[in-house]
Design a protein around this ligand. Structure first.
Ligand SMILES: O=C(O)c1ccccc1N[C@@H]1O[C@H](COP(=O)(O)O)[C@@H](O)[C@H]1O
Length: 222
């Protein structure tokens, strides 16, 4: 089985970025949504991004931004991609991709009681580079620390694959549940924020253990 894309999200301290920069992590995420616990102030973003290693992607996480907001973040720091973590319309992705074709765009869909239809994906296909499934807890979207009903994954994965889009999974992942996720559902990528923290800070041992378990799960289920 192909190794999944791995993204660690919610970095705020340079030392944590430095730790992750030495690990086999494909992308590091920075929460640019105002008012969230892990929000990165604009003035600190360039310095944090500078610590990534060559080949690692710096992803800015935004929620329902305007095109002007997207542009201003792209001017603030050297970002390789944007994760759209709200209810962004197709038109926004189209605008971003037309202006910045090289930018990686992840569109998030939230799994909750009233489910969005995987059929919605088609309209996003020309502009999105990856689809990320995450949990919504009431009005809170992103960084919930909660799993959604993973039985929803196969239908979404199938819909993504029919459109040649990778299907990534997030929401409450940690070193204790990532093996089950991989062996049962084999997502194309995984994204974790709270599950690699202790006392609200990124933890080196938890990051390493998470990666070890991912590696082992993929090796044994191929
Ligand atoms: O990490 C956050 O605090 C966050 C805030 C606002 C939007 C997205 C955020 N992170 C993304 O949320 C999911 C899951 O996080 P968790 O592992 O359940 O804590 C993940 O995609 C992060 O990229």
């Amino acid at each position: 089985m192909k190794k999944p894309f791995i993204k660690f999200c919610g970095f705020q301290r340079a030392r944590d970025v430095q730790t992750a920069s030495r690990l086999p992590v494909d992308a590091l995420g920075f929460v640019l949504v105002p008012g969230r616990r892990r929000s990165v102030p604009r003035s600190r973003l360039p310095e944090l991004v500078r610590h990534l290693s060559k080949g690692q992607a710096a992803i800015g996480v935004l929620q329902n931004p305007s095109w002007d907001e997207v542009k201003s973040w792209l001017e603030t720091a050297l970002l390789s991609g944007i994760q759209l973590h709200g209810e962004e319309p197709v038109e926004l992705l189209q605008k971003i991709k037309s202006a910045r074709p090289g930018l990686h765009l992840t569109k998030v869909f939230h799994m909750q009681d009233s489910l969005p239809e995987p059929g919605k994906l088609e309209a996003y296909q020309p502009w999105a580079d990856a689809i990320l499934l995450d949990t919504a807890a009431g009005n809170i979207k992103g960084g919930t620390g909660k799993r959604f009903d993973w039985r929803l994954i196969p239908a979404w994965k199938e819909a993504c694959h029919q459109l040649n889009l990778p299907c990534w999974v997030a929401g409450g992942l940690d070193e204790n549940n990532v093996t089950e996720l991989i062996t049962r559902y084999r997502p194309d990528g995984i994204d974790v924020s709270g599950g690699i923290e202790i006392d609200q800070h990124k933890d080196s041992a938890k990051m390493r253990l998470f990666l070890e378990r991912v590696k082992k799960a993929y090796a044994t289920s191929s």
